[in-house]
Design a protein around this ligand. Structure first.
Ligand SMILES: C[S@@+](CC[C@H](N)C(=O)[O-])C[C@H]1O[C@@H](n2cnc3c(N)ncnc32)[C@H](O)[C@@H]1O
Length: 416
């Protein structure tokens, strides 16, 4: 299914491949994030039960200039994990950039497919154990049809990492899109529209909501591609929590993790006990919707999903042989972020969420390195005089909260 708007979307990503990337920068840094961080896939999608020797067949659908593809392929290569990451997108210009970035890293575990997501059913591609679709469904003529095409190539027991726009944190974006549509209608050539948008950015009225929205800088620092994608995109729509839940349910999918889980919990935002009781009485989706509406700062939703009929089996994080790992920064860095008052502050899009942690959390976090088991951490702490039952209690509290902020996860078991 295609339409005139979709044809403009194709033209946009040929003229302004997104996001703007320079392959030379691969020598300096790897861009990491959610979804599709290998540690998140291991933990959230497969419950830390899928062996590291099992090849991972991954599809990055609407891969753009390659951020998700490069991150996952590099993380798999660095960890010696078998499998292939398939980049798929319609945009030839994006393909050229993504490929050059992969070449700069000498990655040989990527397959390239220049085609539409809508052509996946019956394409012979797949099945895939993991599918990413980040920032794409909300541009499609019918997101449910796009999602269905992805589900058609999802292997049994597999899962997906999705990102779609969320409305409240995009306050100001749609107003500015309306304004620019009047000044530079979508029928006009992209370069002309871009020129108009650039001029408008130089004289935004002081009351324009976009000016007060701290969630973005694509229109300021994202180059032509960033400005076009944010404010001149021929089609984008945003999903509230209940809307995304309904979209997923329509295709038989269920969220296994909203990233970060704590952001979707209204309780830390409502210390008043009477309000807390009311919030606790709500069903899980209503609670997440309440957190979204209260915080008002979510500009995207990132979710890991599986078929509702295939709930994830999770490894026990409190078992002796469980091996915790910090998602990105080291345990030492996490430990150092604990304040004198015994709280960590999670800063997310302008919102500061205080996270109380137990007194032993710092010592535990410093021992988490992705190889030590829970039992071994307990033994090392016992040698410093911390009794086993005190450690178990502290580990329970520490892991529970650090998982909710997506900072400490479990490693996948070695083997097949
Ligand atoms: C906003 S970019 C996101 C790129 C990348 N996923 C990221 O997050 O950095 C949207 C991408 O989706 C691609 N796209 C849109 N509709 C598509 C379709 N039907 N099939 C394949 N790719 C599509 C565009 O070409 C573009 O590269």
């Amino acid at each position: 299914m295609s339409d005139a708007t979709d044809a403009r979307l194709i033209a946009q990503y040929e003229a302004y491949p997104y996001p703007r990337r320079d392959p030379r920068d691969e020598a300096k840094r790897l861009i990491v994030g959610s979804p599709s961080h290998l540690r998140e896939i291991d933990h959230w999608v497969f419950g830390a039960t899928r062996g590291t020797d099992r090849p991972l067949r991954a599809l990055i659908a609407g891969g753009g200039t390659g951020d998700g593809t490069l991150m996952l392929a590099q993380q798999m290569a660095s960890a010696g994990r078998p499998g292939t990451v398939t980049w798929l997108d319609r945009s030839a210009a994006s393909l050229a950039i993504a490929r050059a970035r992969a070449e700069a890293r000498s990655l040989s575990n990527i397959a390239w497919e220049q085609r539409s997501i809508l052509d996946l059913p019956g394409s012979g591609l797949g099945p895939f154990d993991y599918i990413e679709c980040c920032g794409v469904l909300h541009h499609m003529p019918d997101p449910a049809v796009g999602l269905r095409a992805l589900v058609s190539v999802l292997a049994p027991g597999g899962g997906m990492g999705l990102m779609v726009y969320a409305p409240h944190g995009r306050t100001g974006v749609y107003m500015m899109q309306d304004a620019l549509r009047l000044l530079a209608p979508p029928e006009q050539p992209p370069a002309e529209r871009l020129d108009v948008a650039r001029r408008v950015m130089k004289q935004l009225p002081e009351t324009a909501w976009l000016r007060n929205n701290r969630n973005f800088d694509d229109h300021v620092n994202g180059g032509d591609a960033g400005l076009y994608d944010l404010l001149l995109n021929p089609r984008d729509r945003a999903f509230t929590v209940p809307e995304l839940h309904a979209l997923l349910a329509s295709e038989g999918l269920e969220v296994v993790c909203w990233v970060e889980p704590i952001r979707y919990d209204p309780i830390p935002l409502l210390p008043d006990p009477r309000l807390k009781a009311r919030a606790e009485a709500l069903d899980p989706i209503a609670r997440a919707a309440l957190a979204e509406a209260l915080a008002g700062n979510m500009s995207v939703h990132i979710v890991y999903v599986r078929r509702a009929a295939e709930p994830v089996a999770r490894a026990d994080p409190f078992a002796d042989d469980a091996v915790p790992v910090c998602r990105e920064v080291t345990g030492d860095t996490l430990a150092r972020s604990i304040g004198a008052d015994g709280r960590m502050i999670l800063g997310v899009d302008g919102l500061r969420i205080p996270i109380p942690v137990p007194p032993q959390a710092g010592a535990i976090l410093r021992l988490i390195d992705g190889t030590r088991s829970v039992a071994r951490i307990g033994e090392e702490l016992a040698a410093r005089g911390i009794k086993d039952d005190a450690f178990r209690k502290a580990w329970h509290a520490t892991f529970t909260v650090m998982e909710r902020v997506n900072r400490v996860l479990l490693v996948a078991p070695s083997g097949g």
